[in-house]
Design a protein around this ligand. Structure first.
Ligand code: KG4
Ligand code: ZN
Length: 334
């Protein structure tokens, strides 16, 4: 059978990315132009700056993805692009580049949900077994998603306030760590030493929803009180305590959902799934439980276009095609 070759494009936030994936599972090329350095001094992503960088980079990364794959546009079967959610100006640049490429080369266009992309990053590592439970933890999302089949997503629980990554970035900011703060807190939390105890927010007993704003406030209050008392704060103890609370709640709820829905496979996805503490906790928990657990390698946890091509591959296979009037959907539901 002929190979299926998908070009993926991702520009929903602060990475301009293009990738070529074969048969939905094999990365042929994967190019990511990160803008983190430009946003760092503002302590977060500035939408206008993000759009400007995407405009400058998008054609370059697409050409580079083709070059690294040693392919011509005629080798491509479909163009998959992030349709939403994300920053609308940023999304539109990827979408317009994808439309232009698809139109110029007579190719079908497939709009992909960014979170479906994060979930399908796992498919580049290990074939999915259903029913499957996905813990999606990124800068904008914290969700537990049940999949009974390819391309079917049931939202079981989600954050009621801050996303896990957002909480990481805000706590990092009060600790005066650079943006994005997640990796810095993770590193500090692993330095060893004491850990402060911060609350675990479980919400109602049967809920799979999350809340991280109370935890974030509790860390900020601790810092504020310590400052007023003239005490020296130990950032390592704060980071370790904060991370322990996040990891325990994320693991606990995912385990309860995995049992309730009798899933065969649990996966973690999104930028926060790069977290060493979370990866270890989930791995240990599900290995004891006898359930397959997978999480992508670090470079596929944060935003990239290989994951968009992998999700687009399944959608294309199922006959899904987007129209040339496709628009960016900042609040697109999964
Ligand atoms: O998925 P992603 O690259 O972009 C979004 O779609 O949001 O996720 C970015 C988030 C940031 O909040 C960043 O701080 C967090 O992922 N992150 C981490 C780690 N690496 C990235 N959080 C905790 N520990 C990490 N090692
Ligand atoms: Zn993302």
């Amino acid at each position: 059978m002929k190979d299926q070759i998908i070009l993926g494009i991702e520009t929903s936030c602060d990475e301009t990315a293009a990738s070529i994936v074969r048969n939905g599972r094999e990365i042929v090329s994967n190019v990511v132009a990160s803008q983190i350095e430009s946003h760092k001094r503002f302590g977060g992503v500035v939408p206008e700056i993000a759009s400007r960088h995407h405009v400058e980079q998008v054609t370059i990364v697409i050409e580079e993805a083709l070059k690294q794959a040693n392919m011509q546009p005629s080798d491509i079967d479909a163009v998959a692009v992030t349709e939403g959610p994300g920053l609308v100006g940023a999304l539109l640049i990827g979408i317009n580049a994808a439309k232009a490429f698809a139109f110029a080369n007579g190719l079908p266009l497939v709009g992909v949900h960014h979170i479906a992309g994060h979930i399908y990053a796992n498919q580049l590592v290990e074939p999915m077994q259903f029913p499957l439970l996905a813990l999606v933890v990124s800068g904008g999302h914290t969700e537990i998603v049940l999949m009974r089949n390819h391309g079917s997503f049931e939202l079981i629980g989600e954050t009621r306030d801050d996303a896990a990554g957002e909480a990481y970035d805000k706590v990092a900011r009060v600790l005066k760590l650079p943006y994005p703060g997640g990796p810095h807190i993770d590193r500090l939390a692993h330095e060893g030493g004491e850990a402060l105890v911060f609350p675990r927010i479980w919400l109602e007993q049967d809920s799979y929803d999350f809340s991280f704003s109370g935890l974030k406030s509790s860390v900020i209050n601790y810092m504020h009180n310590a400052e007023q008392r003239g005490e020296v704060v130990n950032p390592q103890a704060v980071a370790a305590g904060f991370q322990a609370s996040v990891v325990e709640v994320l693991t606990g709820k995912t385990l309860r959902a995995a049992r309730e829905f009798k899933v065969k496979h649990v996966i973690a996805a999104g930028g926060v799934s790069a977290n060493k503490g979370l990866r270890k906790s989930l791995k240990d928990t599900f290995s004891k439980e006898g359930i397959t657990f997978t999480v992508p390698p670090l470079f596929l946890c944060t935003d990239n276009a290989a994951m968009i091509a992998a999700a687009g591959s399944v959608m294309f296979e199922k006959g899904h095609k987007s129209s040339m009037s496709m628009n960016g959907k900042p609040g697109m539901p999964l």
